[in-house]
Design a protein around this ligand. Structure first.
Ligand code: ADP
Ligand code: MG
Length: 624
């Protein structure tokens, strides 16, 4: 029998390798930006067309490459950054695997122009599908100018897998922010389809945070800085009043590399715990500097996960550094956790951390509390889904068996907008019999409404009911029953953080159907020309901002379509909140509207709208 094993051709091997490194345009953005940083650039410009699907280009003024290096850079495992295995433990650069350019060249059309500092002529290379199409001398600036065109042109299956432009652009902005945040001394810009979205002048970290996350943080940042022999931490946390409903503005960098760590996030959240509401998220941008030999950054191909030699020490250190910072700025006058005794005297804060002290620290009570607590943190982070309160549903929903599941299926997995062709008719039976039979409604605690019905009585949650009503109204608006608009006499201007501006710009058409006439004036500025007639004058800006916050909250869940998220956010934002006194007329309208809804017993997010108490059950409870 003939032998059957062959070596894969290089281009196929590269395409396969690319699967790990280059998943989407944003992955290329990350790799190319990091290469520019590694090349010592002081100015890095990123250009994107079609959310990176047709073009990702990075121009840097770094050290450039020689002709040979330029050609070599596209080979697999070609790197100038490590030479042997020992070097892996002393990494100071962002890259080191030597895979990025090879992968990119395997799945796109690449043009590279590069010139070493001090040389008179540079090198031009055109490569696609791992095959060099052209290589020649070229006149170009010092530094490197690399374009990746038509990503996955040769791997249609993966090209089809890419998400909408809005979603891919969002990923790109995330990567751009992660790199630019950690190098405030480098100028960065991001231009998307010819429009400059970010323009980040060199400056301090504080300035960079404000440039990226918005001016509202300007006097609201608390500096965190602790230095020990073992590690240093520096950066900023937002004062407690700046917390948001979204986790978005949270950044951890270890040796300048952005990492995702539920564990370290938990340490920060713990430091804030007494000062902020549950379900709210403080901003933080924290940098840990630690001897690279105490890390393994090689655990994940995109290097976003890191293994620490001793996670627990890091946890204690992060938590106490943040607590310490918050206490020093005494951001809340009533601040009253046992900071002085328990925290100040923690080794991690008060003294340099040496090897033998590590051991002592692990016996401390502080250490014990966090090790116990962090058992729960994975569970906690799952409950981010926030608006899904499965327990509540299980206990309280009248038709508890399948309705919850049905509702879940109603939205999950329907990420395309065609969901809206028939959004409300998903086999839900309307529970008409529950409808109140009188019009004497009683509002209690400005939050609930009691109403008698055929079977007994129901308790309606006023906000949940209103969310349902508004949601259905908005669905109908999208289907062609427009919401009436009130033109602003004095149009209000909003300026947003660049990342939010990208989001809002993408929602303008749908917002128009929902009664918001908003114009994009460029430079992250929008003008509200009209708002839904229900929104009181002067509130339109706050309303829109809150809506956007909520939208970002939903954004964490990829499974909803853009529209769905928008509708839910609007419904939540405009709903009457608990604590609002309602007039008799308002109570009547609310209940009436609720029972005219196609679905009246759950909010769009699956929370119950009312609970029913049956006459017989009540009787039984009283022993009758
Ligand atoms: P890695 O960054 O892991 O070394 P890459 O495939 O990203 O691997 O890059 C390969 C090599 O090409 C780098 O080690 C570096 O020497 C060179 N290189 C890539 N991009 C640039 C750039 N913008 N400026 C200078 N050299 C670069
Ligand atoms: Mg690299």
């Amino acid at each position: 029998m003939a032998d059957i094993i062959t070596l894969l051709p290089e281009n196929i091997a590269n395409q396969i390798a690319a699967g790990e490194v280059i998943q989407r345009p944003a992955s290329a953005v990350k790799e190319l930006l990091e290469n520019a940083v590694d090349a010592g650039a002081s100015e890095i410009k990123l250009y994107i067309n079609d959310a990176g699907k047709s073009l990702v280009q990075v121009i840097d003024n770094g050290k450039g490459m020689s002709e040979t290096d330029a050609r070599m850079s596209f080979e697999r495992h070609a790197t100038s950054k490590i030479k042997n295995i020992d070097d892996l433990f002393h990494i100071k650069t962002m890259g080191f695997r030597g895979e990025a350019l090879a992968s990119i060249a395997g799945v796109a059309q690449v043009e590279l122009k590069t010139k070493k500092t001090g040389e008179s002529v540079g090198t031009y290379i055109e490569i696609e599908n791992s095959i060099v199409k052209s290589q020649q001398p070229v006149a170009t600036d010092e530094g490197t100018n690399i374009s990746m065109k038509n990503l996955f042109f040769n791997v249609p299956a993966r090209r089809n897998f890419l998400k909408s432009n809005a979603s891919e652009l969002r990923h790109i902005v995330d990567e751009f922010i992660r790199v630019s945040m950690s190098f405030p001394s480098i100028f960065f810009s991001l231009t998307s389809n010819g429009q400059e979205v970010f323009h980040l002048e060199k400056g301090s970290l504080k300035q960079r945070i404000i440039q990226i996350l918005g001016n509202n943080y300007s006097s609201k940042l608390v500096s965190v800085k602790e230095e020990t022999d073992y590690m240093n931490i520096s950066g900023f946390v937002g004062k407690p009043e700046t917390t948001k409903k979204t986790r978005g503005d949270q950044y951890f960098f270890v040796n300048n590399r952005f990492i995702k760590s539920a564990y370290l996030n938990h340490a920060v959240m713990n430091a804030f715990s007494d000062m902020i509401a549950k379900d709210s998220f403080p901003m933080y941008t924290l940098f840990i500097d630690i001897d690279p030999s105490r890390l393994d950054i090689n655990v994940h191909p995109t290097k976003q996960e890191i293994k620490f030699e001793d996670e627990k020490i890091i946890y204690a250190f992060v938590q106490s550094a943040v607590k310490h910072a918050l206490a020093q700025y005494s951001v809340t006058p009533t601040l009253d956790f046992e900071l002085d005794s328990a925290i100040q005297h923690t080794e991690a804060v008060s003294q340099p951390f040496t090897q033998d002290k590590q051991f002592a620290a692990t016996g401390s009570s502080l250490y014990k509390t966090f090790t116990q607590k962090n058992q729960a943190h994975f569970i906690e982070s799952k409950s981010d889904i926030g608006h899904w309160d499965a327990n509540l549903l299980q206990q309280n929903l009248p038709e508890k068996k399948s309705l919850k599941i049905e509702l879940a299926l109603e939205n999950v997995g329907k990420s395309s907008d065609d969901y809206f062709q028939n959004p409300l008719k998903n086999n839900h039976q309307v529970i008409a019999s529950k409808k109140p039979t009188t019009e004497d409604f009683i509002q209690i605690h400005k939050s609930f409404i009691l109403a008698q019905n055929e079977n007994g009585f129901i308790v309606i949650h006023q906000q949940n009911a209103h969310e349902r009503i508004l949601y259905e109204r908005f669905v109908n608006a999208i289907k062609g029953k427009p919401i009436s608009v009130q033109r602003s006499l004095f149009p209000v201007t909003i300026e947003l953080a660049p990342a939010d501006a990208v989001l809002l710009a993408d929602l303008l058409l749908d917002l128009a159907l929902l009664g918001y006439q908003v114009e994009n004036f460029g430079h992250n500025t929008f003008v509200i020309q009209g708002s839904p007639a229900d929104i009181t004058d002067g509130n339109e800006k706050a309303a829109l901002e809150k809506m956007l916050e909520q939208y970002k909250h939903f954004n964490m869940e990829a499974s909803f379509s853009k529209r769905e998220k928008l509708l839910r956010s609007m419904a939540w934002q405009q709903s009457v909140k608990a604590g609002t006194l309602l007039s008799e007329k308002e109570l009547n309208t609310l209940v009436e509207d609720l029972f005219n809804c196609e679905i009246n017993n759950t909010t769009p997010n699956g929370k119950p709208v009312f609970l029913e108490f049956k006459k017989e059950e009540l009787g039984k409870m009283f022993g009758r």
